[in-house]
Design a protein around this ligand. Structure first.
Ligand SMILES: O=C(O)CCC(=O)C(=O)O
Length: 259
């Protein structure tokens, strides 16, 4: 998809679906790297997993990933190809926030939930006032075919309808997993990239033993980057080997500016 089209689609919808983004080699590498990470994570987080977990995070932590895996993962998420999906939405290359791995809940009865990522940081009034002012983006790389994500198109700019707000906040007798008429399902095939705005209204769709790697990029802003984990960032040697070092270099720089 051309640069201008990625920008235009995001501006209008809040998300961009790029099918078959990863090549077979990248897909195989990411499957192997994330499987090794997940195996260890399950051992260390058995209770959390059994109770309710649907994702892990901090995959690139230097203490949690073997050096070779780390190198290979950064080579993919810091590739020239990734740059083609980041620059149209973050013109200075943005900054790297974190990685997350999404999987199915252990309990098949566990329900998904509509949310905006911002609702965990702000009151609804604050969220509404801030809508559209902050760019934090999920870059979801589907590692296997999966049901995908359901989104409310345009909700990165527009506020919830009264019904959507009740469902999202599970109030007035509504629950956060209930279907919404404006929901748009984006099913993903292995290797697809779905970029979506973290502030838009969305829910994960569980099933098919999903396994998806989310890379979070954001605009370069100190308040957004203050919680970035230093040990998840590449060092100088690794950074110098990346074709697209900009977001990782920006995150490292912000570390030095945090008091
Ligand atoms: O895939 C999921 O379960 C939810 C994903 C999500 O909500 C997110 O990435 O913020």
């Amino acid at each position: 998809m051309a640069f201008a089209e990625v920008t235009a689609r995001y501006e209008q919808s809040g998300f961009v679906h790029l099918p078959a983004f990863l090549d077979q080699h990248e897909l195989v590498q990411l499957r192997q790297i994330t499987a090794r990470f997940h195996q260890q994570w399950l051992i260390e987080n058995q209770n959390f997993y059994r109770q309710r977990a649907i994702n892990s995070a901090y995959l690139t932590h230097v203490d949690r990933m073997p050096a070779e895996d780390r190198h290979n993962m950064f080579a993919i998420i810091g590739s020239a190809k990734m740059a083609t999906a980041v620059y149209p939405l973050l013109p200075d290359g943005g900054a790297f926030m974190n990685t997350q791995l999404f999987f199915d809940p252990a309990n098949p009865q566990q329900k998904n939930y509509w949310h905006r990522d911002t609702q965990y940081l702000y009151s609804p009034a604050e969220e509404q006032a801030l809508l559209g002012s902050t760019r934090v983006l999920h870059y979801r790389l589907a590692l296997y075919d999966e049901p995908g994500i359901e989104l409310i198109e345009g909700s990165h700019k527009y506020w919830d309808s009264p019904e959507e707000l009740d469902v999202r906040l599970a109030r007035n007798g509504r629950e956060s997993h209930q279907d919404l008429s404006r929901g748009q399902v984006i099913a993903l095939n292995a290797g697809d990239l779905l970029v979506f705005d973290a502030a838009m209204m969305h829910r994960g769709l569980y099933g098919n033993n999903r396994f998806a790697l989310d890379v979070l990029f954001c605009e370069v802003r100190q308040d957004l980057l203050q919680h970035v984990e230093a040990k998840c960032l590449p060092d100088d040697a690794l950074l110098s080997q990346l074709d697209f070092p900009a977001p990782f270099a920006a995150s490292r720089l912000s570390q030095r500016q945090t008091p």
